[in-house]
Design a protein around this ligand. Structure first.
Ligand SMILES: [Zn+2]
Length: 327
């Protein structure tokens, strides 16, 4: 209870600190309010405001100014992504909030991997976009990430940042890297795999499936898993003490496993629909204009966002498992 200690001891906070705190807390409160749905703001606004207040009260004046800088930086990144049409409006607000909190808690060592994931994935999505228009109608969402996609990919990072803030345990940093490595591997696998000349094969049955099918894998896409997980891990592994090579392997392998689990769940449990008009299999609820599709496989609530959350969650959990087993 730092605020009680400080206020209780009779020492007043300097005016500059109060201004910085007032600014940061109101920015986080407004963002939480703007992205909340179905009354969830009753929970998210007080919790996230209290969290950022705690971050500010535990920081020196220099660190508090840095926090304002990181919030500005997360706004800049999200704004550029929005201008490049990589984020929808809701996705932009969600990314600003996510970035503000994760960057404020973690500083530069958390900023670099997140920015790496964000920038490289956005660029790859843009390159893949042209190819994707050919596959249009099969994939649920376009290349613009909406708020659910932002949190399907970044929600685990947020949880790890909060756990790191309250414990100071480096393990949560490594789990954060594992979740981002999985998200990057998945994105790269998909975006690079689109360019494969060979037809994808179903990850479980090995039957040939049309390009764009959930759970369809190609050799090229699988090489994207390795590159994506490897580059993301390289962007973040250095601040952790211990055997860097061992930690690199643990995080990168966990990322690849996360992306494989994504493909397996996508191939087995993810909801697949059929359009009554054109008979195509799709992830969309509406197809060919306004035709309501019917569920033909998978579980209704397991959509692409749920699968992505499972992907990033498994990336983090495998880091935990491997660290407990081997370190
Ligand atoms: Zn159709």
């Amino acid at each position: 209870m730092p605020i009680l200690n400080r206020l209780g001891s009779g020492s007043a906070l300097p005016i500059i600190t109060l201004l910085l705190i007032g600014f940061v807390v109101s920015v986080v409160a407004v963002l939480s309010e703007s992205i909340s749905f179905a009354g969830s703001d009753n929970l998210t606004v007080p919790l996230l405001s209290a969290l950022i207040l705690d971050v500010m009260l535990k920081s020196s004046l220099a660190q508090q100014i840095t926090v304002v800088g990181w919030i500005a930086f997360s706004f800049l990144l999200a704004y550029i992504a929005h201008r490049l049409k990589a984020l929808t409006l809701g996705g932009t607000a969600g990314a600003m909030l996510l970035g503000s909190i994760v960057f404020s808690i973690g500083g530069i060592f958390w900023v670099i991997p997140m920015a790496t994931f964000f920038v490289l994935s956005s660029i790859l999505s843009k390159i893949g976009k042209l190819k994707r228009t050919i596959l249009k109608g099969m994939v649920d969402k376009g290349s613009q990430r909406d708020i659910l996609q932002v949190y399907a990919n970044g929600g685990v990072s947020l949880i790890m940042a909060v756990l790191f803030h309250f414990t100071g345990n480096d393990l949560f940093y490594l789990m954060f890297l594992g979740s981002l490595a999985a998200a990057t591997a998945d994105t790269w696998g998909t975006e690079i795999g689109i360019f494969s000349r060979n037809e994808p094969r179903h990850i479980l049955t090995f039957d040939k499936v049309p390009a764009g099918t959930s759970g369809g894998v190609t050799a090229l896409g699988t090489s994207g898993f390795f590159m994506g997980a490897g580059i993301l891990t390289l962007s973040g592994i250095f601040p952790v003490s211990g055997s860097i090579l061992q930690l690199f392997i643990i995080v990168a392998i966990s990322g690849i496993i996360g992306a494989l689990i994504d493909s397996i769940v996508g191939a087995s449990l993810q909801a697949q629909y059929k359009c009554p008009h054109c008979q195509k299999t799709t992830e969309k609820l509406l197809h060919c204009g306004s035709y309501k599709t019917t569920l033909i496989a998978g579980i209704r609530w397991i959509d692409n966002d749920v699968v992505n959350f499972i992907c990033t969650g498994s990336g983090a959990l495998f880091v935990l498992l491997f660290c407990k087993l081997f370190i």
